[in-house]
Design a protein around this ligand. Structure first.
Ligand code: NAD
Length: 479
């Protein structure tokens, strides 16, 4: 049984949950403790008590711990990647890539602990000096989704600890394995008792404590829009700092002058890989008239080569959907698309058993054409391997369609025109914009996040993470 980590101790939960492999639902990965609200409050109390000491540790102490965590994650990439692929269903190469990213993030923020700079300015008043410094915020509550079981926890935990905060971390119920492994690594790397606490549990119970407890100074949340709204309401009500990263309906524009191969590669990669379960996935591909038919034909041709199978089997391109609920949602939207009058040109079939006969949540990647921008498949986040093609007259209409969404996480374009690429980068209403690259797949040392309905608050990752995980102090001294 895998336990929660509260105040440096591994403790039983109030109940347990079994972690199931979506590639083979007969395979139980392990039994994990589920905390209740009382245990979540104990974790908050521990983090609160530990803050006074941890916030005053030297940058060297924090560097050493975070660097050791990064080293262990990188050294165990194959094993941790296997666990991640087994519990979440992304392919083994994708899962190992995510683990490597998590390791690199810890290394990056180990360095950031050493780089904690401030500003020294002359005052407008004679004889006075001004200095602007950053201090940790306090206890931070971290709430994460299931689709990046180790990278998202890493990009919240690492900066939180690097800047001197203490942490209560609540992972998604579907992927406790990677979260537990990360907690175990932190614990053995020498994080003092109470500084990092793991409380696996239900969102409405354990997550809610992090939103409501006045000792939690800040909440960093990644997940759905619906839950994000609850986080915002609760945090505003008690004046806590918060940051939200939520859904997307990311567009990928393909212009007549695009390199067809580049365009198809980008659309396949960001539409279908990781089973389309990435917040940065492109679910709307907007293609101008001159290339539309050739693009669709090339997509359909490439899709025939994609192997949907066990996430850990060599050669698999697309693993299973994460669970039954998500599969039902994907299939419901595929039916809705057809009812709305879109043409399903490829995929969209549920396969109950893989080639080896194992039961899992397999879905062939689905491509819709003849879609209107107003259809639900083009306006609502599906979060599965489902891509719709929208035909556009020209670049101007394509840009308008790309921006015509309440979301604004990532936006991409395939073009060989410098003029259009430059214009698109400036005018895409998104936090991240890609030219001749898939919308999914980003660097770990630069800001990540969106605008409009996708995000709220300061960016995550890179040096910009300091905006959320620190608070600024302005000091005045009469010399
Ligand atoms: P979700 O909102 O259902 O759950 C996210 C987390 O919130 C989980 O840990 C859950 O237990 C917790 N939670 C649920 N109810 C809560 C409550 N009342 N109080 C506190 N916590 C609560 O999302 P999900 O299904 O796990 O993840 C999929 C969603 O995440 C998609 O919408 C996707 O776009 C989004 N996502 C966004 C980003 C990004 O950076 N923008 C990255 C990955 C995923």
């Amino acid at each position: 049984m895998f336990k929660n980590l509260i105040n440096g101790q591994w403790v039983d939960g109030a109940s347990t949950i079994v972690n199931i492999n979506p590639s083979d639902t007969r395979d139980a990965i392990g039994e994990y403790a589920l905390a209740d609200a009382a245990q979540a409050r104990e974790a908050v109390a521990a983090a609160h008590a530990a803050f006074a000491t941890w916030s005053l540790t030297t940058p060297q102490q924090r560097f050493d711990i975070l660097d050791a965590v990064g080293t262990e994650i990188l050294a165990r990439r194959a094993e941790l990647g296997d666990l991640l692929a087994r519990e979440e269903g992304k392919t083994l190469p994708e899962a190992i890539g995510e683990v490597v990213r998590a390791g690199n993030i810890f290394k990056f923020f180990a360095g950031e602990a050493l780089r904690g700079a401030g500003d020294v300015l002359p005052s407008v008043r004679p004889g006075v000096g001004v200095e602007v410094t950053r201090e940790p915020v306090g206890v931070v509550g971290l709430i994460t989704p299931w689709n990046f079981p180790i990278a998202i926890p890493a990009w919240k935990v690492a900066p939180a600890l690097a800047y001197g905060n203490t942490v209560v971390f609540k992972p998604a119920e579907l992927v406790p394995g990677s979260a537990w492994a990360l907690a175990d690594i932190l614990q053995r790397a020498g994080v003092p008792a109470g500084v990092f606490n793991l409380v696996m549990g239900r969102g409405r119970e354990v997550g809610q404590v992090l939103l409501d407890d006045s000792r939690v100074a800040a909440v960093s949340f990644t997940g759905s829009v619906a839950t994000g709204r609850l986080v915002a309401q609760a945090c505003v009500a008690r004046g806590a700092k918060f940051q939200l990263e939520m859904g997307g309906k990311n567009p990928f524009v393909v212009l007549d002058d695009a390199d067809l191969n580049v365009a198809v590669n980008c659309a396949i990669q960001s539409g279908f890989f990781s089973t389309g379960q990435r917040c940065t996935a492109s679910s709307r591909v907007i293609v101008t008239e001159g290339l539309h038919d050739r693009f669709v034909a090339a997509m359909a041709e490439r899709m025939k080569t994609l192997k949907v199978d066990d996430a850990r089997k060599p050669g698999t391109d697309i693993g299973p959907v994460v669970d039954e609920r998500q599969l039902e949602q994907d299939l419901a939207y595929i039916a809705i698309g057809q009812q709305e009058g879109a043409t399903l040109v490829a995929g969209g079939q549920y396969i109950e058993r893989n080639a080896a006969g194992a039961p899992g949540y397999y879905l062939t990647p689905a491509l819709f054409t003849g879609t209107a921008a107003s259809m639900r498949i083009n306006t609502e986040e599906i979060f599965g391997p489902v891509v719709s093609v929208i035909r556009a007259k020209d670049y101007e209409e394509a840009l308008h369609l790309a921006n015509d969404t309440p979301f604004g996480l990532a936006s991409g374009i395939a073009t060989t025109s410098l003029k259009h690429a430059t214009h698109f980068k400036r005018h895409a209403q998104a936090g991240m914009v890609m030219v001749n690259l898939p919308t999914a797949g980003v660097d770990y040392h630069v800001p990540f996040g969106g605008r409009k309905g996708s995000s709220y608050g300061p960016r995550e990752q890179g040096a910009y993470a300091a905006e959320f995980y620190t608070t600024v102090k302005t000091g005045y001294t009469l010399a």
